[in-house]
Design a protein around this ligand. Structure first.
Ligand SMILES: [Zn+2]
Length: 396
């Protein structure tokens, strides 16, 4: 039994679904449950099973759905993965950012390329997988809050570990114009808070200036940045080849003549290898706890230094032999491998042993911008790609 697949119809479906998805306002940090329910209902109707995981307030949701193999023969499952959140919008859009608008060969709307376009294609194709004699499970992984600091995915990954879904191939459909991305740096963001003792500026020895201690902390970070340069791996594939560090802001103090009791520093590092992140944290924590804090406490026992992790987006490492990359190459005919400067959820899947690749429709050039769009042809390319996955997933 073989039925011809009407790819044009699937493409039309993907446009319709994308239009629906853009209509859900799912800016990072906001409730995305309406969109998730839409996807879950859709997938349930075609026979998929699913589970959801949540943030602490149960406001934001990850969905993981599965179309089961008809006959398993040990072929690794495929995870089609996308984040459901988008970056915020500004007032300067020429169309309503939450209403999909087609002009010429482009579809405009927030999230059109980053990355509801990919999600729409996978949903449009899902009914075909459901009626195929699959030799492997096809999973759909839709997460929340990727854009802020990959906050949703780790919660989902924990659940995958519990359910023993640790082996497989993951395709992260971030906009790459269907090119293969197989590595990116990590991105770790922190805020460090300093609490000292306020006082009159004429008697600095009686207070603990949070601003001054924060400044010394910032200087130490800048010093450590030089050490990171020296630690650059010889075969680094990144530009620059070493882990970077940046102090993004120092906030503290109320007046010229008042000793500041509070100050905080925003800083981030982009490690090329995990060990650099560990090294940096160890060094700066040691400096804070063994040098700065004892000095602060000498004057004021309740002084505090607290480092808060805003997000630690795991780096995505290039591996010599990647099943995920090979699968994509065999379908697109493209053997190139590129690195990117943006972070994704790829490292999180890779970390639990899932072979992962970043490859999806649309261009990162349009992501996060005013008048974000996806070229309609990219959706077609993605539908063809998903059809290729089907051809690699049929049991004989
Ligand atoms: Zn994205």
């Amino acid at each position: 039994m073989s039925t011809e697949i009407n790819l044009d119809k699937l493409y039309d479906d993907s446009v319709k679904i994308l239009t629906d998805l853009i209509g859900f306002r799912t800016i990072s940090g906001e409730d995305n449950s309406a969109l998730i329910n839409y996807c879950e209902d859709y997938l349930h109707k075609i026979g998929a099973t699913s589970f959801k995981t949540y943030d602490e307030e149960k406001k934001r949701v990850n969905l993981f759905a599965t179309i089961k193999a008809k006959k398993t023969n040990g072929t690794k499952p495929i995870i089609l993965s996308g984040h459901t959140d988008t970056v915020p919008v500004s007032k300067s859009w020429s169309t309503d950012p939450f209403k999909a608008t087609i002009k010429g060969d482009k579809l405009y709307g927030r999230g059109s390329c980053d990355m509801k376009g990919f999600i729409a294609c996978t949903l449009a194709f899902a009914p075909i997988y459901a009626e195929t004699n699959l030799n492997r499970d096809i999973h759909f992984s839709f997460t929340f809050d990727e854009e802020t600091a990959c906050l949703g995915a780790p919660i989902l990954i924990e659940e995958l570990k519990k359910r023993n879904i640790k082996d497989g191939i993951c395709i992260i459909g971030e906009p790459t114009k269907m090119k293969i991305i197989d590595a990116h740096k990590g991105c770790y963001e922190y805020t460090t808070y300093f609490e000292g003792l306020a006082g009159h500026s004429s008697a600095p020895h009686k207070g603990v200036s949070a601003v001054e201690f924060a400044t010394r902390y910032a200087n130490k970070l800048i010093e450590l940045r030089e050490d990171l340069k020296k630690r650059a791996p010889k075969d680094s594939i990144f530009d620059p080849p070493f882990s970077t560090l940046q102090v993004g802001g120092i906030f503290g103090g109320i007046a010229h003549n008042v000793i500041a009791d509070k100050c905080h520093i925003n800083w981030e590092t982009r490690p090329v290898i995990k060990e650099d992140g560990i090294f940096l944290n160890e060094q700066i924590d040691k400096y804070a706890n063994e040098v700065l804090l004892p000095e602060m406490k000498k004057v004021f026992e309740n002084s505090k230094i607290t480092k808060k992790i805003i997000g630690e987006v795991t780096g995505f490492d290039r591996v010599k032999k990647s099943e995920a990359c090979e699968l994509v190459s065999s379908l697109t005919g493209d053997n190139s491998r590129e690195v990117v400067s943006f972070g994704t959820e790829a490292g999180l899947f890779q970390e639990i042993g899932i072979s992962t690749v970043v490859c999806g429709p649309g261009s990162i050039e349009q992501a996060h911008k005013v008048d974000e769009f996806i070229e309609l042809n990219e959706l077609k390319k993605c539908i063809n790609f998903l059809n290729g996955i089907k051809s690699k997933s049929i049991s004989n």
